[in-house]
Design a protein around this ligand. Structure first.
Ligand code: ZN
Length: 344
């Protein structure tokens, strides 16, 4: 099912939701529908977001996270052992306070979480499908643990649960399963000690392609303030790339547009497929196709053309639908410019 198109385009994660489903331009916006209406509403939104990606010429499509409220907690809500009433305020990624649920007992997945949604999307398109799940380290960083009392132990538990879900997503026809691990940009020692190992546990036995998305976050104030402390060069990737290069993960999704990540760091993951973020999700200014092409050309110095996947820096949920559509079009047009240059 994986396309043979050179420079296949995709998005890193979420896309805007229609206003009748959830309040637009808002992160973690609650659903406006309930019960059967919500089930139907999510399916309708999924059709719309697929149509939007198709019209923009996106090659590898996704559900645009129309099926979830939050990239981590929606998955966790479906697990047993987590109490959503018993909330605690914790510091997420050493950066901002958030009220999160507590792990109060052994965690397990009683039933599939996104498998039905993936099956629904599979029926709607013949294109390659990418499906995102939270990574084990980002999951434990979005919880209060009152049971295992060990970040590593809980991460291994989640890795096993993610593997169950991933195997069923693969069976449902998903071509690429992506794990979102923004926490990889923060906890370098843990990433190298057990973070990458737990991720490999999550992909154990899969035959479909696998990806890890490592970004600098949505364009919220806490993230922008953090980025301002990182200096003129963002070298976070350097800490984890050597070990990631040796891992079994096929694709690595990175933030490259308007970021201060030195592009030559990508040399450290030579051999991997790289989803190059060529769209900035922290601004409503729509990139020109030439700006996208310029970022892709820079990346091509360090990634072989057959391994470069033009993408977005992160999810686009907080943007207006008009801006997000403009950015999808720019991504396609920018990739087309470089594709033409490569085949000339
Ligand atoms: Zn991201």
């Amino acid at each position: 099912m994986i396309m043979k198109t050179l420079l296949p385009t995709s998005t890193a994660g979420s896309l805007p939701k229609p206003s009748w489903l959830a309040k637009p331009e808002t992160l973690w916006s609650p659903w406006k529908l309930q019960g059967e209406e919500l089930v139907e509403g999510k399916q309708d939104a999924l059709r719309l977001t697929l149509d939007n990606q198709d019209r923009a010429g996106i090659d590898i499509v996704s559900d645009g996270e129309q099926t979830r409220q939050h990239f981590v907690t929606t998955f966790i809500e479906h697990l047993s052992g987590v109490d959503f009433e018993k909330r605690q305020t914790v510091k997420i990624r050493n950066r901002y306070d958030a009220s999160v649920p507590s792990v109060v007992g052994a965690v397990s997945r009683e039933k599939p979480v996104f498998v039905e949604d993936a099956r629904f999307l599979r029926k709607l398109t013949k294109k390659s499908i990418k499906w995102a799940l939270p990574g084990p380290m980002t999951m434990i960083d979005t919880l209060h643990d009152a049971h295992y009392k060990s970040r590593e132990k809980l991460a291994w538990e989640f890795a096993g649960i993610l593997n169950q879900e991933a195997r069923e997503l693969e069976a449902a026809g998903v071509d690429i399963i992506q794990f979102d691990e923004p926490a990889f940009n923060v906890f370098f020692d843990e990433v190298n000690d057990w973070g990458i190992a737990t991720l490999e546990k999550a992909i154990e036995g899969l035959k479909c392609e696998t990806a890890v998305h490592i970004c600098y976050g949505y364009g919220i104030k806490a993230n922008i303030d953090w980025k301002n402390t990182l200096g003129s060069e963002w070298r976070q990737y350097e800490e984890i790339f050597p070990k990631l290069q040796q891992s079994n993960i096929d694709l690595i999704s990175l933030e490259c547009q308007n970021s201060r990540v030195p592009m030559d760091l990508i040399e450290l993951i030579r051999g991997k497929k790289v989803m190059v973020g060529a769209i900035d999700v922290a601004t409503s200014t729509v990139e020109t196709p030439e700006e996208v092409a310029s970022t892709l050309r820079k990346a091509l110095q360090f990634v072989d053309a057959d391994k470069l996947y033009p993408s977005t820096n992160c999810g686009m949920t907080p943007l207006s639908r008009q801006v997000a559509t403009g950015k999808l079009n720019a991504l396609s047009a920018g990739a087309a410019i470089v594709r033409k240059e490569l085949s000339a």
